[in-house]
Design a protein around this ligand. Structure first.
Ligand code: ATP
Ligand code: MG
Length: 451
């Protein structure tokens, strides 16, 4: 059905940015069966209270493509305060981009009020832009037509209307889905200046959906990549997770490099990778392994990825300190501290991850040495598995470690009871940790550019 609609649309003339196409419920493939129960609850409650309510953005895009949406976002003409009052299980978040999270256990439905034109702003409380054109505040409310042109890409300017189950497609979004095209709404340079993270989003969607970035959308990226340095480091770390943890990390990395964006996120790593092929192999192998893990439904730890990206920097810095006359162990410690603290200025890595990164690195030498009296404590270390995977990765990338990987594989087999015991202890600890609320978990936000 969707295919028929699409072939009809494909022949239609180009659609301007503000123009809407309404696709009735019989002409698209979105069924309520594929929308999460919680998202539907939110949509219906808003509708019943007399508000407009739409499923919006990536959720609609992915459903049209027959993919499983990662999350569901809702747009409404109710103000954040009104939404907050309607749902007891909700909280207002974000100052720069105010919105509401409706919380159902682990599932969070993000509800945003339709945004309007900034010419309609009443003072800095609602709208604020930096000298370089970056949007520091985006709280001017408006109509759905106005909201659509404030979205990033045409393929995200899609709204599923709970009133009549139609899809509203703006700026030719539905045609771009068919053409597998990532296209920014409006003037690309202005839109990147408003929010440089959109450059990362272009790459992310291209990798995730296997779409092409339209020429005019791609063109300014290399030149504007440096604007990323204006984005707060905490927001960039959130983006790094989205880029590399979703199962298409390898392709994402290639595109990031091609557009000069990886060097904005991990400048020192980029330099090392360019100078030494072993480092490139290490990173590519890690990303391939990660993607495979996701495909198999296994979990990934962000710390592992960070430890890979920064390992080349540690080795290079260690060499530099040793040349200055420092003993190897001291040079290594100095290098790890320096590398981690330098990286914090680009992507703020939360402490709970840097601790694990250090563990993974520190264990490498112990794994290589295999000192007899330490073997059991290494094997039962909570981060043994990650450190062992890292060791295997180094060997896969071509490092000669005197068969240490194979040796540890065998040692685990021979001591399966210890491995099992450690695993149990780990699971018990995790269960306790899960019960505790995490104060350092950052909510997902849009345009959250100056937190
Ligand atoms: P996914 O959830 O698969 O990562 P998504 O498109 O849903 O992709 P979200 O970050 O969940 O991305 O954002 C939801 C919607 O909000 C987007 O589809 C887009 O319409 C809008 N949006 C998000 N970030 C921006 C931004 N930086 N600029 C403009 N619009 C944005
Ligand atoms: Mg989403």
């Amino acid at each position: 059905m969707f295919k028929r609609l699409i072939s009809k649309l494909k022949k239609s003339p180009a659609v301007s940015d503000g123009q809407v196409q309404i696709i009735s419920r019989n002409d698209h493939n979105i069924s309520r069966d594929n929308i999460s129960e919680n998202a539907l609850k939110v949509l219906y409650r808003l509708k019943k209270s007399g508000f407009e309510a739409y499923l919006v953005g990536g959720g609609v895009r992915d459903l049209l493509l027959d993919l499983n949406p990662k999350d569901f976002d809702v747009a409404t003409n109710a103000s954040p305060e009104q939404v907050n009052k309607l749902f007891r299980n909700s909280r207002l978040i974000g100052r720069r981009f105010r919105l509401v999270h409706v919380v159902y256990g682990r599932d969070v439905i993000e509800v945003a009020t339709l945004r309007g034109h900034h010419d309609n702003a009443q003072g800095k409380q609602q709208s604020k832009t930096s000298d370089s054109g970056m949007l520091l505040r985006d709280n001017v409310y408006g109509t759905i037509d106005e909201d659509a042109v404030r979205r990033d890409f045409t393929i995200n300017a899609l709204y599923y209307d709970i009133k009549d189950f139609s899809v509203r497609s703006y700026a030719g979004g539905i045609q771009d889905i068919k053409r597998r095209n990532i296209r920014l709404i409006g003037d690309p340079e202005t839109r990147y200046r408003e929010d440089p993270v959109r450059m990362l989003r272009a790459v992310r969607f291209a990798a995730k959906l296997d779409f092409k970035i339209a020429a005019k959308t791609a063109e300014p990226i290399n030149e504007l990549a440096h604007l990323m340095s204006d984005v707060p480091a905490a927001r960039l770390f959130d983006e790094v997770l989205k880029l590399f943890m979703a199962g298409y990390a390898q392709r994402t990395f290639e595109l990031l490099e091609q557009y000069g964006l990886f060097g904005q996120l991990f400048p020192h790593s980029q330099q090392c990778i360019e100078e030494n092929d072993f480092y490139r192999r290490l990173v590519m192998q890690a990303l391939a392994n990660s993607d495979e893990r996701v495909a198999q439904g296994k979990t990934l730890t962000p710390a592992f990825l960070v430890s890979v990206f920064l390992w080349p920097c540690v080795l290079e810095s260690q060499k530099t300190f040793e040349k200055q006359g420092m003993p190897p162990a001291a040079a290594y410690h100095q290098a790890t501290s320096q590398v981690l603290s330098n990286q914090q200025t680009h992507t703020a890595i939360p402490r709970r991850f840097t601790d694990v990164v250090r563990n993974i690195w520190d264990m490498q030498r112990r794994l290589e040495r295999r000192v007899k009296k330490h073997l059991e404590s290494i094997l039962t270390h909570p981060k043994f598995r990650a450190a062992y995977d890292f060791l295997l990765l180094r060997e896969q990338a071509g490092e000669q470690l005197a068969g240490a990987g194979k040796w540890w594989t065998q040692y685990q087999r021979d001591n399966a009871h210890l491995v099992q015991q450690a695993k149990q202890q780990y699971q018990d600890r995790e269960r306790i940790r899960e019960r505790k609320p995490r104060s350092d978990r950052r909510p997902r936000r849009r345009n959250d550019s100056t937190n």
